[in-house]
Design a protein around this ligand. Structure first.
Ligand code: 5AD
Ligand code: SF4
Ligand code: FES
Length: 349
């Protein structure tokens, strides 16, 4: 059975939900090593050895939503909230460019005080002053706003669907709808963005069948980028006391995502580094991932952007994370891309 599924991978045949669930249930280290090796080969064949760096700017931790897993949900009154001024964001983008990053990711909670006018203006000014690609990760907005931001110069958009199980989605998101989220992902693609989505691994109630379905959903949505990281329990949320996600399961999902959508950009996530600081990101880069997102948020804000506790890089400055990531990637013998790192999926079509 297992050999048949491995053969399917070798011949580039489609994996069924059952195949994926079977692989996700693997526990034998020898079998896992075979799987990871196949994923690494697919990564090398389709997206090459280069690692793409994206400078992450967490510009506001205000959020109008109350997702049950998230540390910056509006119901968490224990955290100090911050918003970066437009000039401060621009300065931070310049820091990212000086460090050599060719993409900045502007991420925040759903903070509507940044109106579409303000954001469009910010994007235009970045594009005038700095030579970077822009990825937005700012949550749900009306379609017209996504259109305006794209016209202003934004290149990419990240919006995870978190789980493809409707029941689980509803339980986790008191103020969002699964259908709306899926609809937004199709809008973003229609508008022209390079679109990233993804899920968390180890959410309470998640099953391997559910994760297999998530991976097929990535393919169905024809994503340019797929971010997969472990769920990490935050004590100031309704999910306090639940177990965090499992690192090995996260590796399996990354490897299978690479195999199922070979051209995708797949990051080795910060959440993974948080659960396995020594080598979580390195391992991910050796079993399918090809992107890392070093933090460039000004140091004074970092600890406040607490989606989950014990996040790595909270004590560091942008230049330290830059040096750290260069060293880690260099130690793997992988080159760092000097390019914007746009979607491969589009180039290949
Ligand atoms: N653990 C891990 N990831 C989380 N995110 C939010 N809260 C947590 C948590 N407790 C992730 C979500 C969101 C992304 C920005 O951060 O997947 O889409
Ligand atoms: Fe807000 Fe995003 Fe956290 Fe949900 S996951 S509470 S939308 S920052
Ligand atoms: Fe931030 Fe290593 S990437 S300290």
């Amino acid at each position: 059975m297992l050999n048949q599924i491995f053969n399917k991978i070798d011949y580039g045949q489609e994996l069924s939900k059952k195949d994926l669930a079977c692989l996700l249930a693997l526990e034998n280290q020898g079998d896992l090593d075979v799987l990871y090796d196949k994923a690494d080969k697919v990564r090398q064949k389709y997206v090459g050895d280069e690692v793409h760096l994206r400078g992450l700017i967490e510009f506001s931790n205000y959020c109008r939503k109350n997702c049950n897993y998230c540390g910056i949900r509006r119901g968490n009154s224990k955290i100090k909230r911050y918003r970066m001024a437009i000039e401060e964001i621009l300065d931070t983008v310049s820091v990212a460019e000086e460090l050599g990053y060719r993409t900045v990711v502007l991420q925040s909670g759903e903070d509507m005080s940044y109106t579409v006018d303000k954001l469009a203006e910010l994007i235009k000014r970045i594009k005038q002053q700095v030579d970077v690609a822009i990825t937005l990760s700012i949550g749900e907005r009306p379609r017209e706003e996504y259109e305006r931001l794209y016209e202003a110069g934004a290149d990419r958009f990240l919006l995870r669907f978190e789980t493809s199980s409707r029941e689980l989605y509803r339980w986790l998101h008191p103020d969002s709808s699964y259908d709306e989220r899926m609809e937004i992902l199709t809008w973003l693609k229609e508008i022209g963005y390079q679109v990233g989505s993804g899920v968390m691994i180890g959410l309470p109630g998640q099953t391997v069948e559910g994760l297999a379905q998530d991976i097929l959903k990535f393919k169905e949505l024809d994503l340019d980028m797929v971010g997969v990281g472990p769920y990490i329990c935050h004590e100031e949320t309704p999910l306090a006391g639940h177990a965090s996600g499992n690192v090995e399961m996260t590796f399996k999902v990354i490897a299978l995502t690479r195999i199922v959508i070979p051209y995708a950009h797949i990051p080795a996530t910060t959440a993974l580094a948080t659960l396995r600081p020594a080598d979580g990101r390195e391992k991910a880069l050796q079993l399918g991932a090809n992107v890392v997102m070093p933090n460039v948020t000004p140091a004074k804000y970092r600890a406040l952007y607490e989606l989950y506790p014990s996040k790595v890089c909270v004590q560091e400055e942008a230049a330290q994370c830059h040096g750290c990531m260069y060293g880690r990637i260099y130690s793997l013998g992988r080159p760092i891309s000097q390019d914007y790192g746009h979607s491969f999926r589009r180039i290949s079509q």
